[in-house]
Each structure stands twice: as C-alpha cells, then as structure tokens.
Design a protein around this ligand. Structure first.
Ligand code: ADP
Length: 169
C-alpha cells in the first residue's frame, strides 16, 4: 500500500505525481523543474491560470507529456528552525494532496519528499510527517490503492525505509 522507491518521479506510471511546488506554481528548481521539463510547456500555461497556491495547500493540473495523468502541486513550508508552524504546514500539504487525489478518483499516487530540498526541512522529520498523514488518509477509508514515496538518492531511500519500519510496516 505504501512503498518507498528510489528514482525520478517524472518517470513513474501512476495516476498522479505530487510536485514540491512553490507558491507561484510557475516552476522552480529541483523536482519542480524536472516535472515542468518532462510535462512540457502546457503545464506552465495551466499553472499560470491557477494564480498561485498558499503554503500548506495543493492544486491539481493535467500531467500533459508525463506518464502520470495528473500533477498535484503541493506547496510545503521553508524550514526556519521549526518554530514557525513548519510541521503543521507540511502535514497540511500532504492532507490537501491526498484529498485532491480522492476527489479525482486516483488509485495510485507518488510523492517526492516535499520541502527537504532547497526548503531545508530536516529529512527524517519530514518523512515521519509524510507517513503519518498518508496512513491517516488511507485509514480514514480511501480508494487509493498504492502510494509511492519517491527518493532521489540511495541515502534518502535508506532513511525513508527506516522511518517506514517505525510505522510497523
Ligand atoms: P523543496 O523546495 O520542497 O525543498 P526540492 O525539489 O528542492 O523541493 O526537493 C524536494 C525533494 O525532492 C528532495 O528530497 C530532492 O532530493 C527530491 N527530488 C529532486 N528531484 C527529484 C526527482 N526528479 N524525483 C524525485 N525526487 C526528486
């Protein structure tokens, strides 16, 4: 049901991939840049019409040239030391992404580790929040069959696996 995988999220054949977007939704570096490159210019055009997205929220677009049918653009918080509501904002964007996935009758979804790149959220802490919210959404009765948590590096993959094992999985 929940699986950690190593690789490039843009290559996954799933119903939706989640983007670690910024508030403008107009593209950036990291996974955001990779998703926009792989999806082609029509993604940027649709994002431009969405007029941004607040931190802790998410918006859904088509996937265009991606293998995935949809992209869910979730805006995680920038890490400022933990005293500015970062944990709750990160949890909120996972909840928003899972809610959108339900609404669009998505069966399979892949998440990157939101906020852990240029936004500097501590990796293990982010994994724990991600898994708590993913399992909570699944436990609440979901049609989502498969959730992939995608790591770009071997080291991140090992860490994420270890955190998953603390959830009894
Ligand atoms: P943020 O601004 O939310 O921190 P980043 O894109 O900088 O977003 O990083 C989020 C996470 O996505 C990081 O753990 C980074 O290693 C990972 N990442 C970057 N490119 C890809 C990709 N193509 N597929 C999967 N994960 C990626």
């Amino acid at each position: 049901m929940v699986e950690i995988v190593k690789g490039d999220i843009t290559e996954l054949q799933v119903d939706a991939i989640v983007n670690a977007a910024n508030q403008t939704l107009l593209g950036g570096g990291g996974v955001d840049g990779a998703i926009h490159r792989a999806a082609g210019p029509r993604l940027k055009a649709e994002c431009a019409m969405a007029a941004g997205c607040p931190t802790g929220s998410a918006k859904l677009t088509e996937g265009y040239d991606l293998p995935a049918r949809f992209v869910i653009h979730a805006v995680g918080p920038v890490w400022h030391g933990g005293g500015q509501g970062e944990d709750e904002l990160l949890a909120s964007c996972y909840r928003a992404a899972m809610r959108l996935a339900e609404e669009h009758r998505i069966d399979t979804i892949a998440f990157p580790c939101i906020s852990t790149g240029v936004y500097h959220f501590p990796f293990e802490r982010a994994c724990g929040i991600a898994l708590s919210e993913i399992f909570r959404a699944l436990d609440e009765g979901s049609r989502i069959r498969q959730v992939y948590c995608v790591c770009f590096s071997e080291e991140d993959f090992d860490t994420y696996q270890r955190i998953l094992s603390t959830f009894g999985q």
